[in-house]
Design a protein around this ligand. Structure first.
Ligand SMILES: [Zn+2]
Length: 205
């Protein structure tokens, strides 16, 4: 389950906190006044872990009965399933570290705590949400919650920059309005979208 039901600030640069049972660690390289507003964790890791465990168990069962009854095909199936489990384990290890963050300054894709892609917020200003978000209604629901497949596009090129996966409708609505938000790059304060100077420190926006 993604821990994404609200968009209240969950932490800022340099701090570590417990969130939904998993330790929240912001990616390296955030600025001191940068606030993390939203985190999307890749679900590959957890899914991968339980998948690997069950594949190893089933594989060993086949392997054991193949050995016990001396039936080669069953032994072979067991070995194949175990190899598959190792492959899935490897995949979730290399891809399980991907996380997406929305901060008051930028959209960030990180892998194992390091920023690999970022889109500064000023790129979204004055753009319509169709220019920076690709949203498709998913054919499945989580309970009564409608889910959407969401990608963040580079508004200048239209290319996909980040694949956020499935998100509930309320989060999508919130992401669609990030073009209307202006944050001061010096103190981090949220300002009116038509303001010219920061209401907190007076800096030019
Ligand atoms: Zn300011």
């Amino acid at each position: 389950m993604a821990e994404t039901s609200s968009l209240a600030p969950v932490g800022c640069a340099g701090m570590t906190l417990k969130q939904g049972g998993s330790l929240f660690r912001p990616p390296q390289g955030l600025q001191p006044s940068e606030e993390v507003l939203w985190v999307q964790q890749s679900e590959t890791r957890n899914r991968g872990k339980s998948g690997v465990v069950s594949m190893m168990l089933i594989g060993s069962l086949f392997l054991a009965s193949g050995l016990y009854y001396n039936i080669l095909p069953i032994l072979g199936i067991g070995i194949l399933i175990i190899i598959g489990g190792i492959f899935v384990g490897y995949q979730s290890k290399t891809q399980g570290g991907v996380r997406y963050y929305l901060t008051n300054f930028r959209f960030v894709k990180s892998n194992h705590g390091r920023i690999v892609t970022e889109l500064p917020r000023r790129m979204f200003r004055g753009k319509s949400f169709q220019q920076f978000l690709s949203v498709f209604k998913a054919p499945l629901q989580r309970g009564t919650v409608e889910m959407y497949a969401v990608q963040v596009l580079n508004p200048d090129t239209g290319n996909m920059a980040m694949n956020l996966g499935l998100l509930p409708g309320e989060i999508v609505k919130r992401l669609e309005s990030i073009n209307e938000e202006v944050y001061c790059k010096y103190c981090g304060r949220k300002n009116d979208s038509n303001a010219n100077v920061c209401s907190n420190c007076g800096a030019n926006l």
